[in-house]
Design a protein around this ligand. Structure first.
Ligand code: APR
Ligand code: PHB
Length: 389
């Protein structure tokens, strides 16, 4: 097989890139390790920046998103029983939207199918070959049958555990990582959200987050020990602990119910540099990971895809390599700002095992400064709604 761009990974990054390229008449093939249903079975976050929404509109995949998403003009930060509101709309003139990232992926799969996009599922043993040459190719197997794709470029959209990042030689790659000493225990419940907006809570018992998918599907998280397992937490134990960590008024009105999904996720900050090696480009989780506190995972993958799509369109339609040559530096500039914000919000709102009395005072002073200073709130709001591409 031949294509212009071989895309490794059929998650939101790979699918969005394939769709955007197709809209400009640029051919791609997506290689996905799992099945479509498996990919769509992943529970993911639900906050989208306007920049991501605009990309979905550019890709022609925003009908359901525009119809079913709802705007959040701000968020609530709580510190013990104190709480205050950060007004994104008033501070930045824009907002975020709530729409499940699983639904984003579903919409992208439907769009690729409608356009006859080429996606190969259940691939094994993907290898990216001759990425530094002018004739890179990808080998893989499906159903035990070997296959090969000749291409001009490879987009590594295969997530943190994919093959793309590891294709760049160790002596070329520089990796930066911070692993946090706690996880997030999350549940999904068919109950009405506890508030119209999200509640990010720092309590003496640890972090909690009250989020949602729609008016009868709520998503809640509590900080937990890395030694915890889901089996350690009955639904009742989760609800009891969540109520201890959110303001009393919210705890009193919280509607509990059986969990329809319950899982524990570790928290990590990670960046690999460069995001380009020859004709291989890394996008999304293949290149960087953020702790979910700032809801920056998909929203940072989006700007990677924006830059790479523009660069590839410029190359194929105008014959200029300026965009792809600038990709890594341009993408990393925004990646590191998202990493900083995600680290800052995580440091602000979680209780760390090694925190001493002074550390706690610093954290409380930071929250109090955010509560009382408009400029501090503006900085947070600008980062949360999404920095410019
Ligand atoms: N070959 C083919 N496919 C692979 C391989 C491989 N060797 N390794 C991984 N994959 C596939 C995975 O099965 C997955 O479907 O690549 C895809 C990567 O998707 P994600 O991990 O979702 O990464 P990405 O598309 O960059 O999504 C970025 O979206 O939902 C949010 O918060 C989430 O931060 C994440 C963001
Ligand atoms: C979610 O709804 O899953 C969610 C929302 C905001 C976050 C993280 C997760 O910061």
């Amino acid at each position: 097989m031949k294509t212009q761009v071989a895309i490794i990974g059929g998650g939101p990054s790979g699918l969005l890139l394939s769709q955007l390229l197709d809209k400009k008449g640029i051919d791609s093939i997506v290689l996905e390790r799992k099945t479509r249903d498996y990919v769509l079975g992943r529970i993911r976050a639900g906050i989208l920046e306007t920049g991501f929404v605009n990309l979905m509109r550019e890709a022609g995949v925003s009908d359901r998103l525009d119809a079913e998403s709802f705007a959040h003009d701000g968020t609530i930060i709580s510190n013990g029983d104190d709480q205050f509101h950060i007004d994104f709309k008033e501070l930045t003139g824009t907002n975020v939207v709530v729409y499940g990232q699983t639904e984003v992926t579903r919409d992208l799969y439907d769009a690729r199918e409608a356009m006859g996009g080429k996606i190969v599922f259940n691939v094994d043993d993907v290898q990216i070959c001759d990425a530094k040459s002018d004739a890179p190719y990808v080998t893989y197997s499906v159903g035990g049958e070997p296959a090969r794709i000749e291409c001009e470029f490879v987009a590594g959209c295969d997530g943190f555990h994919g093959v793309s990042r590891r294709t760049i030689p160790d002596e070329v790659r520089k990796e930066y990582e911070k692993v946090y000493p706690f996880g997030w225990l999350g549940i999904l419940s068919e109950t009405p959200p506890v508030d119209d907006e999200l509640i990010y809570s720092n309590s003496k018992n640890g972090f909690a987050l009250c989020s949602m998918r729609n008016s009868n599907l709520s998503r809640y998280y509590i900080q937990c020990s890395l030694s915890d397992s889901v089996d350690d937490w009955t639904d009742d134990a989760f609800w009891k602990e969540l109520k201890r960590r959110i303001p009393k008024d919210a705890a009193d009105r919280l509607v509990t119910g059986p969990s329809i999904e319950k899982s524990i996720a570790p928290l990590r900050s990670f960046v690999t540099e460069p995001m380009r090696w020859g004709n291989l480009f890394l996008c999304g989780d293949a290149a960087h990971i953020v702790p979910p506190t700032g809801a920056k995972g998909l929203n940072t993958a989006a700007s990677d895809i924006h830059y790479l799509n523009n660069g590839l369109v410029q190359y194929f339609l105008e014959g200029s390599s300026a965009g792809i040559d600038a990709y890594s530096e341009k993408a990393l500039a925004r990646v590191w700002k998202a990493e900083r914000f995600s680290w800052w919000m995580t440091s602000l709102l979680h209780r760390f095992p090694e925190q001493n009395a002074f550390d706690l005072k610093m954290q409380q002073a930071e929250i109090e400064f955010l509560r009382t200073n408009r400029d501090a709130q503006s900085v947070m709001a600008q980062n949360y709604v999404g920095l410019p591409y």
